[in-house]
Design a protein around this ligand. Structure first.
Ligand SMILES: CC(C)[C@H](C(=O)O)[C@@H](O)C(=O)O
Ligand code: SF4
Length: 418
């Protein structure tokens, strides 16, 4: 069996196979300021008491602080629910983006089944958990019963080998993969990332890859644990290795399809408007004019991303025709970046630093684009109108490329910045 089948089998207490419809007990349920209110509305029609007030996490991240009367009203609904139901895991004070906050708070563990009312819930596969997004109505049922159902997914094995070149990151790996497999190419599959390159990645880079599994339609993205991830988990949860349910894919597990990628000499990858799978080598789009750069999100707002951007920005100025917006993915990352002097480098370069949260990622606030404007962004989606007007455009890249492009005013690789 592969790791996903093992987690699901463990949960139901018998061997499961792809295609089986199973009911599982959820270990953790997450919703945010955007999806909690509709979930609460449905929940209130079916129950008046949540199944377990300690297994629900509510994070305010999409519109923080509230930017419209509507989002303020939404947040009020969620706050009242948290009080009434005595929800213990409530993060509403700018702690950061849900997918960053949950692992930081020690709520994510290998072998767990985690569901979230947000599509990028697949991020926690980086920690060897089975995690997937669901709609607010399904979440209402989870609030009430602690249970949900899945069809056991078929599995794709995605093997990555080779050394990353300078200025190339795990973001480029996942963009290359999505470019090849396609935006719907892995619909309802478990995408399991394997190979020496994946085994050697740090936690942050692993999260970036699993985070974007949904951008090829996957039910979940997952990896076997590695040492750096185990260290992170021990540190955040205060638990020892033996206290985790560490499961690994058998060497002879069966996959519906297997892909292999050799990333030796790969250039930075750019997802061009308006689809995440419209991926090109940077050399094909260098020189494209930009109006805005954004560094942040659950994909690439971590310390490693900020460090990479700061290296490029140090001693340089953001182009006068460009706004560079930076939003660390969490308060913990913000604090570390502050202590390391990274925020000072950003300020000195002329960047705008926003509070942790989703920020401009989904075009709701803090950097909305007007018609015809172009942004380069470390986020995960570039659909039509994603960051503002339907006639605006978004290119996706790693953080170093956003920084170098913001200096130049057009898409440019960091290798060409002094
Ligand atoms: C608002 C929310 C439901 C949405 C999602 O589920 O992904 C958002 O986080 C996004 O990235 O588009
Ligand atoms: S940062 Fe962007 S992709 Fe991630 S949860 Fe927020 S809106 Fe969704």
């Amino acid at each position: 069996m592969n790791i996903t089948e093992k987690i699901l089998s463990n949960s139901v207490g018998k061997e499961v196979n792809p295609g089986d419809i199973i009911e599982v007990e959820v270990d953790l349920a997450m919703s945010h300021d955007g999806t909690s209110p509709p979930a609460i509305k449905t929940f209130e029609k079916i129950s008046d008491c949540v199944w377990d007030n300690e297994k629900i996490a509510i994070v305010f991240d999409h519109n923080v602080p509230a930017n419209t009367i509507g989002s303020a009203e939404f947040q009020k609904v969620a706050r009242n629910f948290v009080k009434e139901q005595r929800i213990t895991k409530f993060y509403s004070h700018g702690e950061g983006i849900c997918h960053q906050v949950l692992p930081e708070m020690g709520l994510v563990e290998p072998g767990k089944i985690i569901v979230g009312a947000d599509s990028h819930t697949c991020t926690y596969g980086a920690f060897g958990a089975f995690s997937t997004g669901m709609g607010a109505t399904d979440m209402a049922m989870v609030y009430a019963t602690g249970k949900t159902w899945f069809m056991v997914p078929e599995a794709f094995k995605i093997d990555v080998t080779g050394q990353l070149s300078q200025n190339v990151t795990s973001k480029d790996i996942i963009l290359r993969i999505i470019g090849k497999i396609g935006a719907n190419g892995a619909s309802y599959k478990t995408t399991e990332f394997t190979g020496e390159t994946i085994d050697n990645l740090d936690v942050s880079s692993r999260m970036t890859i699993c985070n974007m599994a949904i951008e090829m339609g996957a039910k979940n993205g997952i990896m076997n644990l590695n040492n750096s991830t185990l260290e992170f988990l021990k540190n955040k949860t205060g638990k020892g290795k033996n206290e985790f349910k560490i499961l690994e894919s058998d060497k002879d597990s069966i996959y519906e399809k297997e892909f292999s990628f050799d990333i030796t000499d790969m250039e930075p990858q750019i997802a061009c408007p308006n689809n995440v799978d419209n991926v090109k080598n940077i050399s094909k789009v260098e020189g494209t004019h930009i109006d805005q750069g954004f560094i942040g999100s659950c994909t690439n707002g971590r310390l490693e991303d900020l460090e990479q951007a700061a290296k490029v920005l140090k001693g340089n100025r953001v182009n006068t025709d460009v706004r560079l917006i930076i939003s660390p993915a969490s308060a913990e990352i913000y604090d570390k970046a502050m202590q390391k002097g990274i925020l000072k480098t950003f300020l000195d370069s002329g960047a705008i630093i926003c509070n942790p949260g989703c920020g401009p990622c989904l075009g709701a606030h803090m950097g909305v684009l007007s018609a015809g404007e172009v942004s380069i962004s470390t986020t995960n989606r570039n659909f039509k109108g994603r960051m503002g007007d339907p006639e605006s455009k978004v290119y996706l890249s790693n953080a170093g490329v956003v920084a170098s492009s913001a200096i130049q005013g057009y898409i440019e690789s960091p290798e060409n910045i002094k």
